[in-house]
Design a protein around this ligand. Structure first.
Ligand code: NDP
Ligand code: 2IT
Length: 444
C-alpha cells in the first residue's frame, strides 16, 4: 500500500466519528501524492505524514457560566495546537452549537497550510466552543467569554498561541476575552488578534478576509483572461467574510446578487445594499428577513438555494459543506466561470471534483480566505513593534500577499504537471515549507 493510503487509513481508524477531519486530511493528502511519491522513502522514515496529521496537543475543557435567569450553563471549550514548525500556533475560535473536536481538528489542520501560504511566520491551531452567541445578552456573552478565557489563558500567549475570530466570534467576543486574559495574567500583549482599534487591533483586519478573497479571485480571473467588471456574483453567508467580500466585489465593478444565513437567503437583482446589510447584521444582529423587508428589490427565500441563481462567480462564505454536488451541477449549467472559497471547506469533495472537471476556476479556502489570518499576522507585527500602520499600508500588504499566494499556487501546480489545479497547488505550496521546517527541526 502507498504511504499516503496507509496514513489515510490510520487517520480514519485513530480518529473515528470525525468526518470533517477525515475529509480535510483526504483532500490534502490526495493532492500531495506526487510530492510524497517523489520522496516516499524519506518521508516514511521521518513519519512525516503521521506527525503532520496528529496535533501537537489538544485541550478540551468545561466552560461554566451564569445566564440572565441565574441558571448555571455548561459548555465545552476546545483548543487544538496542531503544528508550530513555522511559527506560534495561530487560528480562530469558533462559537457555534455544531462545534465538536472533529470540526476544530479539521479547521486546525487546514490552518497549517493556509498559514504557510501567507508567507508569514505562523503555525496552525484552532479552537472554540459549542456555545451559541445568538439570542444571548451582552452580559451572557461576557460571562461565557470570561469563563472560556479563564481556562484558555493557561495555554496561549503572544509567542505561543494567538487565537482570533471565526464563526460567532467577532470584535465583541475578542474584547471580553482580551480583558479577561489581561486581568488573569497581568500582561498586556498581542495574545489575540481581531482586537478593537483602541486596544491594539489593526486597521483593515475586519475587512481582510472578504477583501483578500476578492484580491485573489481578481488575480485568478485576470490570469485566465477574465475581468471582474460587470460579473454577477453569488455569495452565501452574511457574516464578517460575506459582508466585506460583497463590499470589495462591488468596488471592483461586479454585482453581488445573493447573501444567506442559516435560515434563508436573499436574491437582490439590483445588487446587495452593503450599508443596509451591515446595519441588519453588524448593528442589529438580526435575520435577513429584515434586509428583505427594508429593500423593495429583494426577494427572501427560506432554506438553501443561493447556488440556483445564475452567476459568473460563486463565493461560498458561510460554513463547511454548504456547496454540494447538486449545487456544483447547477452552477456549471448556469455558466459559472469561477468558485473561490471564503469559508473553510465549504465545497464537498465531490462538488470540487465536478467543478474542476468542468473547467470552473476553483480557488480553495486555504488560499482564498488566507487574507484574514495574514492580516492577523500583520496585527501581531504591529503589536510587537508597538506601532499602528495606516489602513492603506495594511490593505496594500494584504493585496500583495493575496496576489503572491495565487502565483505560488499556480507555480506549484505547474511544477507537478497539474496546471490550473489550484487545490493541488495550494496543498503542495503550503506543505513544502512546513515539511522542510519539520525535517530541519528533527524529531519533535
Ligand atoms: P460569522 O459568524 O461572521 O458569519 C457566519 C455566516 O455564515 C452567518 O451568515 C451564518 O448565519 C452563516 N452560517 C454559519 N453556520 C451556518 C450553518 N451551519 N448553516 C448555514 N449558515 C451558516 O463568521 P465568518 O464570516 O467570520 O466566517 C464564515 C466562514 O469563513 C467560516 O467558514 C470561517 O471559518 C471562515 N473564515 C473566517 C475568517 C475570518 O477572519 N472571520 C477567516 C477565514 C475563514 P447565521 O447568522 O444564521 O448563523
Ligand atoms: O479561518 C481562519 O483563518 C480564521 N478564522 C482567522 C484566523 C486568524 O487567526 O485570524
Amino acid at each position: 500500500m502507498s504511504y499516503v493510503d496507509e496514513v489515510l487509513e490510520r487517520v480514519i481508524a485513530k480518529n473515528p466519528a470525525e468526518p470533517e477531519f477525515h475529509q480535510a486530511v483526504k483532500e490534502v493528502l490526495e493532492s500531495l501524492r506526487p510530492v510524497i511519491e517523489a520522496n516516499e522513502e524519506k518521508y516514511r522514515k521521518e513519519a512525516l505524514l503521521e506527525r503532520l496529521t496528529e496535533p501537537d496537543r489538544q485541550f478540551k475543557f468545561r466552560v461554566p457560566w451564569v445566564d440572565d435567569k441565574g441558571q448555571v450553563q455548561v459548555n465545552t471549550g476546545y483548543r487544538v495546537q496542531f503544528n508550530n514548525s513555522i511559527g506560534p500556533y495561530k487560528g480562530g475560535l469558533r462559537l457555534h452549537p455544531s462545534v465538536n473536536l472533529g470540526i476544530i481538528k479539521f479547521l486546525g489542520f487546514e490552518q497549517i497550510f493556509k498559514n504557510s501560504l501567507t508567507g508569514l511566520p505562523i503555525g496552525g491551531g484552532k479552537g472554540g466552543s459549542d456555545f451559541d452567541p445568538k439570542g444571548k445578552s451582552d452580559r451572557e456573552v461576557m460571562a461565557f467569554c470570561q469563563s472560556f478565557m479563564t481556562e484558555l489563558c493557561k495555554y496561549i500567549g503572544a509567542d505561543t498561541d494567538v487565537p482570533a475570530g471565526d464563526i460567532g466570534t467577532g470584535a465583541r467576543e475578542i474584547g471580553y476575552m482580551f480583558g479577561q486574559y489581561k486581568k488573569i495574567k497581568s500582561v498586556y500583549e498581542g495574545v489575540l488578534t481581531g482586537k478593537g482599534l483602541s486596544y491594539g487591533g489593526s486597521l483593515a483586519r475586519t475587512e481582510a478576509t472578504g477583501y483578500g478573497l476578492l484580491y485573489l479571485t481578481e488575480e485568478m480571473m485576470k490570469c485566465n483572461g477574465h475581468e471582474m467588471k460587470d460579473k454577477v456574483v453569488c455569495i452565501s453567508g452574511s457574516g464578517n467574510v460575506a459582508i466585506y467580500a460583497t463590499q470589495k466585489a462591488q468596488q471592483l465593478g461586479a454585482k453581488v446578487v445573493t447573501v444567506s444565513d442559516s435560515t434563508g437567503w436573499v436574491y437582490d437583482p439590483e445588487g446587495i445594499d452593503v450599508a443596509l446589510l451591515k446595519e441588519v447584521k453588524e448593528v442589529k444582529r438580526a435575520r435577513l428577513t429584515e434586509y428583505a423587508a427594508a429593500r423593495p428589490s429583494a426577494e427572501y427565500h427560506e432554506g438553501r438555494g443561493v447556488w440556483s441563481i445564475k452567476c459568473d462567480i460563486a463565493l461560498p462564505c458561510a460554513t463547511q459543506n454548504e456547496l454540494l454536488l447538486e449545487d456544483a451541477k447547477q452552477l456549471v449549467a448556469n455558466g459559472c466561470i469561477a468558485v473561490a472559497e471564503g469559508a473553510n471547506m465549504p465545497t464537498t469533495l465531490e462538488a470540487t471534483e465536478y467543478l474542476q472537471k468542468n473547467n470552473v476556476l476553483f480557488a480553495p479556502g486555504k488560499a482564498a480566505n488566507a487574507g484574514g489570518v495574514a492580516t492577523s499576522a500583520l496585527e501581531m507585527s504591529q503589536n510587537s513593534e508597538r506601532l499602528s500602520w495606516t489602513f492603506e499600508e495594511v490593505d496594500g500588504k494584504l493585496k500583495d500577499i493575496m496576489v503572491n499566494i495565487f502565483h505560488n499556487l499556480d507555480d506549484a501546480a505547474k511544477r507537478y504537471g497539474k496546471e490550473g489545479d489550484y487545490v493541488a497547488g495550494a496543498n503542495i505550496a503550503g506543505f513544502e515549507k512546513v515539511a522542510d521546517a519539520m525535517i530541519a527541526q528533527g524529531v519533535c
